[in-house]
Design a protein around this ligand. Structure first.
Ligand SMILES: Cc1ncc(COP(=O)(O)O)c(C=O)c1O
Length: 377
């Protein structure tokens, strides 16, 4: 059987990884400034994470959601404490798209309505409702046209007001900082007005923190820079450091009932153990502070390169915008310099999403490499 060929692949095969380094099958070591698409939070193969998973696997790896699993409660408690959302409820699933799918479904159940407001350039995943609220026509099948969504520009509060006043909106979904779209972010004024409008018109505010959450931006959640409290928060990527897990944090006024949501694999023993180990390491190693400090260091070091238009984002969720398209530069970085970086919908943007454990030496290596690559021939 052939693989269903949907990914344009770089010709590199990682077989081993540690910290912020990845080693390919030829023994070549790479600096990982991409974290496998913002997934690696605590670094590759962290010994505490490996030990926790090995020990759990020896006991029990999986059983269904029809029986008690105290690891889920432990995770909810720990996540509530670390994130500042102690009074919220947690639903566990397996990916970012699934987290958003469940978030949107909950908003619709709660309000009895179905139209969603989303934002230009936003990305929320590839499943049914998640892809509908994603601003990319290429990845939507005709089947996805059945749901009702209105796209608005970021910061367009007056347009947003006009839409929610119509009374048929169940949710506004927004990334705290746009990832795939290219690191744009609403202003604090906008986020605050958005929260007020959602409360006033009974609309559920969903913050997609799938990429920006889990300390990546220098706070546990990027929306915490704006002093708002959404009704629902979706998480995934950094949550399991590569073990597939996603979650929905749900405000106390949204009440559950049996059968409302469900999943076979979500919240299994191994996934919860991975997620617990991640939170333990984030706390113990002060990784949220590290993300903020190293992010500041990165921005200060790179800003002087004259080919750079600007550095976008916060902490270790960064985009470096050049005055040229970066695909060739990314290839040179991988094949010649052995550094992984990411791309975006904005073709001039290099995305930097390293493990939150990264240090200044690695940033120096990257900046020095760029200086040398950007020297005109
Ligand atoms: C902000 C955001 N939401 C949702 C998703 C979808 O997550 P997944 O690929 O785990 O379904 C992504 C993935 O890149 C994302 O960046």
């Amino acid at each position: 059987m052939e693989l269903f060929d949907v990914y344009p692949l770089y010709d590199v095969e990682p077989v081993k990884a540690y910290g912020s380094r990845v080693v390919d099958k030829n023994g070549i070591e790479y600096l990982d400034l991409y974290g496998g698409h913002g997934v690696i939070s605590i670094g590759h193969s962290h010994p505490h994470y490996v030990k926790r998973l090995e020990e759990q696997l020896e006991k029990i790896g999986f059983y269904s959601n029809a029986v008690q699993n105290s690891l889920q409660r432990e995770l909810a408690e720990k996540l509530g404490k670390v994130s500042g959302y102690n009074d919220y409820q947690l639903f566990l699933c397996n990916s970012g798209a699934e987290a958003n799918e469940n978030a949107l479904k909950l908003a619709s159940f709660y309000t009895g309505k179905s139209r969603v407001i989303a934002f230009n350039n936003g990305f929320h995943g590839r499943t049914s409702a998640a892809v509908t609220v994603t601003d990319n026509i290429v990845i939507k099948a005709p089947l996805n046209a059945q749901q009702s969504v209105t796209f608005l520009p970021l910061n367009a509060i007056e347009s947003l007001k006009k839409e929610v006043e119509k009374g048929d909106v169940c949710a506004v979904i927004i990334e705290a900082i746009q990832g795939v779209g290219g690191l744009d972010e609403g202003s604090t004024t906008f986020f605050k007005q958005l929260e007020v409008l959602c409360n006033e018109f009974g609309v559920i505010l969903i913050l997609d923190e799938v990429q920006s959450g889990y300390g990546r931006t220098g706070k546990f959640f990027a929306h915490q820079y704006h002093g708002i409290r959404p009704d629902i928060i979706s998480v995934a990527k950094g949550m399991g450091n590569g073990f597939p897990i996603g979650g929905v944090l749900i405000a106390p006024h949204i009440k559950p009932n049996y059968g409302m949501l469900g999943t076979t694999f979500g919240g299994n023993h191994l996934a919860c153990t991975a997620a617990l180990a991640v939170l333990e390491i984030i706390e113990k190693e002060n990784l949220i502070d590290n993300a903020r400090n190293i992010g500041d260091y990165f921005t200060a070091r790179i800003n002087h390169l004259f080919e750079i238009n600007k550095v976008k984002g916060r902490g270790l969720m960064l985009g470096v915008e050049f005055d040229f398209e970066v695909s060739k530069l990314r290839k040179r970085l991988i094949y010649e310099e052995h550094i992984f970086t990411g791309g975006a919908k904005n073709k001039k943007l290099l995305r930097i999403l390293p493990p939150l454990t990264i240090d200044k030496t690695a940033i120096d290596q990257f900046v020095n490499t760029l200086e040398h690559l950007l020297v005109p021939n």
